[in-house]
Design a protein. Structure first.
Length: 94
């Protein structure tokens, strides 16, 4: 099955679906979730920042915690804890 592409005004973004056909983002994950990053989507500036932080497809990620209001989201990647804004976490597909 070929990945679908979604056009934006800046870049062409591949969309990958998991077995249930639903795309899960890190912003939707629950505390304690462990998984693998499938893709990064969204504005070019945010995707570039995530890559610079070492958040890349294929990397294992663990959702550590979030505040009562949902921001920031604390994740662990390569034994490093990183705080992300919700808009950044929504760009990370699991």
């Amino acid at each position: 099955m070929e990945p679908k592409t979604e056009k934006s005004n800046r870049i062409s973004i591949p969309i990958h679906l998991n077995f249930s056909g639903v795309v899960l983002t890190l912003a939707c994950a629950n505390k304690g979730y462990k998984g693998c990053i499938i893709d990064l989507t969204g504005p070019k500036e945010i995707v570039q920042r995530l890559i610079e932080l070492g958040i890349v497809p294929g990397q294992k990620v663990c959702f550590v915690n979030s505040s009562f209001w949902g921001e920031p989201i604390i994740v662990e990647i390569r034994n490093t804890k990183i705080a992300l804004r919700k808009v950044e976490a929504e760009c990370i597909q699991l």
